[in-house]
Ligand binder design. Structure first.
Ligand SMILES: N=CN[C@@H](CCC(=O)O)C(=O)O
Ligand SMILES: [Zn+2]
Length: 414
């Protein structure tokens, strides 16, 4: 066997989606994607060894020689989803805020009353690291069942060095043995703790939290909530530059509730991604494209808030590599990348093919994981098996889990 043991063969799939076709983005329908019909995938030592028509793949990699053979008749194989923006490590329950928002309270009003993020902060400070890890584990299990194989997780509900490190430590513990790949982000600048002056708190993030997080060595990224009434562009810049000085790559929550310049900041500091972008302009989007910053849309948040959606059409028109994430957090309680793709299509005018690329290859770019999100030969064999004949069913069957099986590094894990 070339290169090692034949681990897995998935065969007779109605469709295998490799990824986007070279030069085809933004495209529209199926021409955007490199796909095979009646297709198979062979996996050797966790990596894709062959992908193509079933008869060709089986000739070189007979299913009977594989440790695991999966008959995907009537099903589609897509790259495992990559969720590049979550706040999945937290404690407490904010379902009553969902009801308050339905009655007309705004996100900012809830936060100003000490609710929202600040309420989760109180619950996190009271929780043990073990409880936080158990909560995160349960969320990752659910995400995996929905087809997600790589997830970014932000801290940011601690808001002091000790509690932020506790969150990151819980993330590290779970990441060490969960099959989902976890990408940890430090986000001490997620809100200003009650009773504290914003500049003083930025000093604390810059002088205490970032050095401590860097020393702890768990986080890869540093994110900031650059938003009207939270952190200004200049305060956010301080945080991101300090993070960069300590080896943490910038990411930005930009223009979610108002337009204050977070997108341009993301371009300026060469962030890996700028996320939310509900109020970004064409000029902002062009700046992101010029600076190679990936725009990440979070339609679940707009859905939950009953707010307007980011202008995906403008991003597509600019040729931007739009990515999508769940933004799973107590204000946006969805762990399903399938539902995020449904919203991309129904609410943001994207095609199922564009939504799939946003949830896989572009999402991987938003985490600087270039080998993920595609099923190329040599790539890690992270695959979601859709219980329907084409990728279109992922957004089409909204509100359902259309994923029947998940393979991570070639092993069946769900
Ligand atoms: N907007 C800032 N942070 C989160 C919400 C966090 C929360 O409300 O708990 C977001 O990205 O949507
Ligand atoms: Zn967020």
């Amino acid at each position: 066997m070339p290169g090692g043991e034949l681990q897995t063969v998935v065969h007779d799939a109605s469709e295998v989606v490799v990824g986007k076709r070279d030069g085809a983005w933004p495209g529209e329908g199926s021409e955007l994607l490199e796909t095979y019909e009646d297709a198979a995938v062979a996996v050797v030592d966790g990596e894709i060894a062959a992908v193509g028509p079933t008869d060709e793949v089986l000739r070189e990699y007979p299913a009977e020689n594989a440790e695991e053979a999966y008959d995907a008749t009537g099903q589609a194989v897509v790259p495992g989803f990559v969720d590049p923006h979550t706040h999945a490590v937290f404690a407490g329950d904010r379902s009553d805020e969902f009801e308050a928002k339905l009655k007309g309270k705004t996100y900012q009003e809830i936060l100003a009353d000490g609710g929202g993020i600040l309420r989760t902060v109180r619950a996190v400070r009271e929780a043990t690291e073990r409880e936080l890890a158990a909560n995160l584990r349960e969320h990752l299990d659910a995400m995996l069942a929905y087809g997600t194989t790589t997830v970014e997780v932000k801290s940011g509900y601690g808001l002091d060095a000790e509690s932020e490190l506790k969150l990151l430590s819980a993330v590290e513990t779970v990441a060490a043995d969960h099959v989902v790949d976890v990408v940890p982000t430090f986000m001490g600048a997620h809100a200003v703790p009650e009773g504290q002056d914003t500049d003083d708190y930025v000093d604390d993030v810059v002088d205490e939290q970032i050095p401590a997080a860097a020393e702890q060595g768990v986080a890869e990224y540093c994110d900031v909530f650059c938003e009207e009434g939270v952190f200004s562009v200049e305060q956010s810049r301080r945080v991101l530059e300090a993070g960069r000085d300590h080896g943490l790559t910038p990411k930005v929550h930009a223009e979610e509730l108002a337009h204050i310049g977070g997108t341009k900041l993301a371009a300026d500091v060469a962030a890996t991604s700028a996320d939310h972008l509900l109020h970004s302009t064409r000029e902002d989007v062009d700046a992101l494209v010029d600076a190679d910053v990936v725009p990440v849309v979070l339609p679940g948040t707009a859905f939950g808030l009953g707010a307007e959606y980011a202008d995906a059409a403008e991003m597509l028109d600019a040729g931007a590599p739009v990515a999508v994430a769940t933004d799973f957090n107590p204000n946006c309680h969805s762990r399903s990348m399938g539902f995020a793709q449904s919203l991309c299509c129904v609410e943001m005018g994207m095609t199922p093919a564009q939504a799939l690329v946003a949830a896989t290859e572009h999402a991987a770019m938003a985490l600087d994981r270039p080998t993920k999100g595609r099923l190329d030969e040599g790539a890690p064999a992270d695959m979601a098996i859709v219980d329907a004949p084409s990728h279109v069913h992922v957004p089409y069957q909204f509100g359902e889990n259309v994923v029947d099986a998940v393979f991570k590094d070639g092993a069946r894990v769900a």
